[in-house]
Design a binder for this molecule. Structure first.
Ligand SMILES: NC(=O)c1ccc[n+]([C@@H]2O[C@H](COP(=O)([O-])OP(=O)(O)OC[C@H]3O[C@@H](n4cnc5c(N)ncnc54)[C@H](OP(=O)(O)O)[C@@H]3O)[C@@H](O)[C@H]2O)c1
Length: 287
């Protein structure tokens, strides 16, 4: 099984110059794991930043994700070749099914087998899934075997800890990648995280990312600012105590920020949200 670098750089929402600059600064500062997706519309910019950097191809881990319209056996490989062209790469390190096919239009087995075929053709070093529930991950395992699934990339942060999903993946030797690890900035104002940060002379973002990594997940925060990009890398050196981790564990509140109308029937994180909020009411963009 491939090793996914513990800390990566997300690129959702970043367009044009901002995408080039964020990835360029990230690579300069030491990020060696970049997360993009076909639907982000920035693969070409990520490719430009990778090419402009002095980082050797073998030193940086690049992930893309196949959009739902490209999941069919007749489309997946061609779409991945197009991603590679935009990224100016010969091979991805990791390629994920971005979302389960809405209304199961393309069966999980079909897209997983197409993805495996892409790996066998050398288009990607590893394959995996994103936004898969345990039931869907079980189908993917049935289709290609757990050993061929590198990760399930899911929303995971102190307010949505997705413990059942993480446990199921771990049981099958599948790595968890935590997307939106800062809950798009929301965790930074949390008083418990703030108190841990103050005591450790760290930033709240570093504490949230260190918590994620201490749990064994890869975390992929995004930032457009050099100072935040640099500070977030510092999370790699931050060690939390068992008590700090337990205090952050207690922040679980089932607060899901990404749930488009075609999302699968989610596994509960730990508790249900007490009531629908604007953030979990299904209005988030489908990323
Ligand atoms: N698979 C999927 O379906 C899926 C869905 C969503 C996201 N993702 C991936 O996960 C990545 C991360 O998610 P995300 O970008 O939505 O959210 P996030 O990483 O949780 O939060 C990003 C936000 O936090 C701010 N931020 C970052 N570092 C900070 C710091 N040190 N101090 C203060 N603010 C800070 C950023 O603002 P500044 O720019 O001002 O720093 C930005 O507004 C995405 O970019 C994408 O690659 C995947």
């Amino acid at each position: 099984m491939i090793a996914i670098p513990r800390l990566g750089l997300g690129t959702f929402r970043l367009q044009g110059r901002q995408a080039i600059d964020s990835v360029g600064m990230g690579l300069e500062l030491g990020y060696r794991h970049i997360d993009t997706a076909q639907i982000y519309g920035n693969e070409a910019e990520v490719g430009e930043a990778l090419q402009a950097s002095r980082v050797a191809r073998g030193e940086v881990f690049v992930t893309t994700k196949i959009w739902t319209e490209n999941l069919g056996a007749d489309k997946l490989v061609a779409s991945l070749k197009e991603s590679l062209r935009k990224l100016r790469l010969e091979q991805l390190d990791l390629t994920l099914i971005h979302w389960p096919s809405p209304h199961d239009a393309v069966p999980v087995a079909e897209s997983m087998q197409a993805l495996l075929a892409a790996r066998e053709q050398g288009l990607t070093g590893a394959i995996g899934v994103s936004n898969f529930t345990n039931a869907l991950l079980a189908q993917a395992i049935d289709a290609v075997g757990a050993a061929n699934i590198a990760t399930n990339q899911v929303e995971l942060h102190p307010f949505l800890q997705n413990r059942g999903v993480a446990a199921f993946a771990r049981e099958h030797g599948i790595h968890v990648t935590a997307y939106m690890p800062l809950a798009y900035g929301k965790v930074l104002a949390d008083p418990v995280i703030g108190a841990v940060a103050a005591r450790l002379r760290a930033t709240p973002a570093q504490v949230a990312l260190a918590w994620s990594m201490a749990k064994g997940y890869a975390a992929i925060p995004s930032s457009t600012r050099r100072e935040n990009l640099a500070a977030n890398l510092g999370a790699l050196d931050l060690r939390l105590s068992g008590d700090d981790i337990a205090a952050i564990d207690a922040l679980e509140r089932g607060e899901r920020l990404v749930s488009p109308d075609f999302a699968p029937a989610w596994d509960q994180s730990l508790r249900r949200p007490a009531f629908p909020t604007p953030d979990n009411a299904g209005k988030s963009p489908p990323r």
